[in-house]
Design a protein around this ligand. Structure first.
Ligand code: ADP
Length: 265
C-alpha cells in the first residue's frame, strides 16, 4: 500500500517477443525531493540573518571615515562577502523554485524586444559604459513564456558577457526567427572558453576560473538557471566558443511558442 514510482522500458524483438524492464525509482525520487527541500529550506533560513548582517554593515560603512584604515578595509571586505552570500542564496532559491514550481506562461504574448531593451540598459549600467552593447532584434517577434524567468535567464547571459569580456569590446544581443525556431543570442568578443570546459558550464557551482569568478561576483549558478528556464520553455541553451575569439550563448525556442505581434503598446 506504499506509493511506488516505477519506470518501464519495453524492447521489441521480432514480431511477438518483448523484453520488459521495470525499475523501482521510488527511493531515487524521494532522495531528490529531500535534496530539493533541504536546499530550499537552508537558503530560506539564511535569508533573514544575511539581510540583518548586510543592513548593519551598510550602516557602519556610512560612518566609516572615523575608523582606522585597517578597520575600513575589513568593513569593505565584509560588505563584499555578505553581498556575495546574498546573491548565492537568491540564486539557490531561484533554482529550487525552477525545479519544483509549476510553469506559468503569461496569458499575453511577451514583447521580447522590450524585455531585451531593458536588460541592455541594466547591462550598460553594470559595465559603466565600458562595453558597446548592440541590438539586432525583431520587434514583431513575441513569445508565450514566463517574463520573470526569461528576464532572469537573458540577464544572466548578458551580464556574463559584460563580466567575462575586457572593456572596450562589443557585445551583440540578437532576437530572431528562422524556419526552425526563435533565438535569443548573446555574442561577445572576449577571451572565449576552452572546448574542454563547455560540457560542464551549466552544472551547478561550475566556474572555469574560480579565483577570477569570485572577484567578478559569480556564484556558478547563472548558467544552471538559464538551462532550467529553457527546459521549462521546451527549449535549450546552446553555447559556441573559440578561445581568444569570443563566445555566443543562444537560447533556442520552439516555433510553436512564438507569435507575430501586430501592434505596439
Ligand atoms: P558565474 O556566476 O560564475 O558567472 P555562470 O554559471 O553564469 O556562473 O557561468 C559559469 C562560468 O562560465 C563562469 O564562471 C565563467 O568562467 C564562464 N563564462 C560564462 N559566460 C562566459 C563568457 N561570456 N565568456 C567567458 N566565460 C564565460
Amino acid at each position: 500500500n506504499e506509493d511506488r514510482s516505477l519506470e518501464f522500458q519495453v524492447t521489441l524483438f521480432g514480431s511477438n517477443e518483448r523484453l520488459i524492464l521495470v525499475r523501482d525509482v521510488t527511493k531515487m525520487q524521494r532522495l531528490e525531493v529531500m535534496r530539493q527541500d533541504f536546499i530550499a529550506n537552508v537558503s530560506h533560513e539564511l535569508r533573514t540573518p544575511l539581510t540583518v548582517l548586510s543592513g548593519y554593515l551598510e550602516t557602519f560603512s556610512d560612518h566609516a571615515e572615523s575608523l582606522p584604515s585597517k578597520w575600513q578595509r575589513g568593513l569593505t571586505l565584509m560588505r563584499g562577502q555578505s553581498l556575495r552570500m546574498q546573491q548565492l542564496v537568491e540564486d539557490l532559491l531561484t533554482l529550487s523554485s525552477l525545479e519544483t514550481s509549476n510553469f506559468k506562461a503569461g496569458r499575453e504574448p511577451l514583447r521580447v524586444a522590450r524585455l531585451i531593451n531593458s536588460i541592455q540598459t541594466d547591462a550598460q549600467a553594470l559595465s559603466s559604459g565600458q562595453h558597446s552593447l548592440f541590438l539586432e532584434v525583431d520587434e514583431s517577434l513575441g513569445i508565450y513564456g514566463c517574463e520573470k524567468e526569461l528576464r532572469s535567464a537573458f540577464s544572466n547571459l548578458v551580464f556574463n558577457a559584460v563580466k567575462y569580456t575586457p572593456a572596450g569590446t562589443v557585445i551583440t544581443l540578437r532576437w530572431y526567427q528562422n524556419t526552425e525556431g526563435a533565438y535569443f543570442q548573446v555574442e561577445d568578443k572576449g577571451q572565449g572558453i576552452d572546448p574542454a570546459f563547455l560540457p560542464h558550464l551549466t552544472e551547478r557551482f561550475y566556474r572555469i576560473d574560480k579565483g577570477r569568478s569570485s572577484s567578478t561576483g559569480g556564484t556558478g549558478l547563472g548558467l544552471a538557471i538559464v538551462k532550467h528556464v529553457m527546459l521549462r520553455h521546451q527549449g535549450q541553451l546552446e553555447v559556441a566558443s573559440q578561445p581568444d575569439i569570443g563566445s555566443s550563448f543562444t537560447c533556442c525556442f520552439p516555433l510553436n511558442k512564438t507569435v507575430k505581434l501586430t501592434h505596439k503598446r
